[in-house]
Design a protein around this ligand. Structure first.
Ligand SMILES: Cc1cc2nc3c(=O)[nH]c(=O)nc-3n(C[C@H](O)[C@H](O)[C@H](O)COP(=O)(O)OP(=O)(O)OC[C@H]3O[C@@H](n4cnc5c(N)ncnc54)[C@H](O)[C@@H]3O)c2cc1C
Length: 392
């Protein structure tokens, strides 16, 4: 069993940024456990689904994004806290002084009967699955009339609110093609309002009304049937949407099964950390961040900016016996309201607006924000965030 000072599980946004940050603040021996799969800048998936980006723009090799650390090319399958070891799919074990769990969430297609078959049949697609992002735009381009259903997933989900982007980009496209009036567009949201965030919901509501979108609030998809072309909703009233031509359904998400012994009780399956310090509540020297962690806030890449800096610092502080720093749950949801304007919802774990600047109100749709989100963010992500550099 080889032991490392810090072992990080996962080489997504959280794992790579944290490993890089730890090295930047002086850690000497960091190992990242991750399979050799492409690394994606996933926010761009919505722009692929909206016809504004290509898959190659968001895809890199894991080797090219990892910092100068040990890369264990394998999947973690169990944690053995008593021995301070992680078990690997390949059969080996790896020891740690501190362990950071960052394997993200996994989609639960089985939770919605019929969804997997509907996706295989091409009747349903979503930007949230990398294999389907281009199919969303193809479906949008193929529609000139009929009924389209878009959904926001229940929480926790990887920045689920951004599933509004493909809806608004599709409506913009249909309007420019002169077919929007022949389309019956529905949005299914688990929240009251649109995102459950009053400081942006009134604006999003106005845009949806103007586009003629029917909103099903406090509702979730419980089944789909591509042969019958139905989408069944559970909400204030049980509803079945008939004659659906395309169902853009984002699946529900959950924490990974192998983490169950370290997960918080309840349905989410996320790692049971103190949401403020990110330290596991009962297992010493185990930490978690990113989508995998039960941080009582909505997961997002934007949230990771604060989490990464704070967790790297907290690991160092815990070793020195210093008080740990506290994360306020800051997170974001960027939403395009048309092809050239975007608003940014920034909020804390209570849902209260938490702006990073007082100079301009970022929750108002602006062209500059769309330009930033679409073109500047990917550069910052690859050049700074994944390299452990801080961005305020
Ligand atoms: C369509 C879409 C749009 C989004 N848009 C935005 C946006 O506009 N703004 C924003 O801030 N956020 C957005 N997000 C959310 C953002 O991408 C996630 O919050 C972020 O990627 C979370 O990073 P993570 O490292 O925690 O998880 P992930 O990105 O899921 O990475 C987890 C990594 O762990 C690896 N892994 C999994 N299991 C194991 C295992 N057992 N052992 C080892 N490795 C494992 C995986 O291969 C993966 O590389 C979006 C997400 C999606 C899907």
């Amino acid at each position: 069993m080889a032991g490392h000072d810090v072992v990080v599980i996962g080489a997504g946004n959280a794992g790579v940024s944290l490993a890089a940050r730890l090295l930047r603040i002086g850690a000497k021996d960091v190992a990242v456990v991750a399979p050799d799969r492409p690394h994606l800048f996933r926010p761009l998936l919505n722009y692929v689904a909206g016809g504004q980006a290509t898959m190659s723009e968001l895809t890199r090799t894991t080797a090219s994004v990892l910092p100068d650390c040990t890369w264990v090319r394998d999947r973690a399958v169990a944690v053995h806290p008593a021995e301070r070891e992680v078990e690997l799919a390949g059969g080996g074990r790896i020891g740690y002084q501190d362990l950071v769990l960052a394997p993200g969430l996994e989609e639960d297609l089985g939770a919605v009967p019929g969804l997997e078959q509907a996706m295989a049949a091409g009747w349903s697609s979503t930007a949230h699955l990398e294999s389907q992002a281009t199919a969303v735009w193809d479906a949008v381009e193929s529609m000139s009339r009929g009924r389209a259903v878009f959904t926001l997933p229940p929480e926790p989900s990887p920045c689920g609110g951004t599933a509004l982007k493909p809806l608004f980009l599709a409506c913009d496209r249909w309007r420019r093609r002169g077919v929007l009036g022949d389309l019956d567009v529905h949005l299914v949201t688990p929240f009251t309002g649109v995102l459950g965030l009053p400081f942006v919901d009134h604006r999003l509501d106005a845009h949806l009304r103007e586009l003629g979108v029917t909103v099903h609030r406090e509702s979730r998809v419980t089944a789909v049937d591509h042969r019958e072309r139905t989408v069944t909703l559970d909400g204030p009233s049980a509803t079945v949407l008939h004659d659906v031509d395309q169902a853009f359904v984002v699946p529900p998400y959950r924490g990974q099964e192998w983490l169950a012994p370290l997960a918080r009780a309840g349905a989410s399956g996320q790692v049971d950390v103190d949401p403020e310090t990110m330290a596991h509540r009962s297992v010493p020297r185990v930490w978690s961040l990113g989508d995998a962690a039960a941080l009582d806030t909505r997961p997002s890449g934007g949230a990771l900016r604060r989490q990464v800096e704070l967790l790297a610092d907290n690991i160092a502080r815990s070793r020195l016996g210093q008080p740990l720093r506290r994360y306020d749950g800051y997170t974001i949801v960027p939403v395009t309201v048309d092809r050239h304007r975007l608003l940014l919802a920034e909020f804390d774990r209570t849902g209260a607006k938490a702006p990073t600047t007082g100079l301009v109100d970022l929750s108002v749709p602006r062209r500059a924000l769309w330009l930033f989100d679409r073109f500047v963010e990917p550069v910052l992500y690859f050049q700074a965030l994944l390299r452990g550099r801080l961005i305020p």
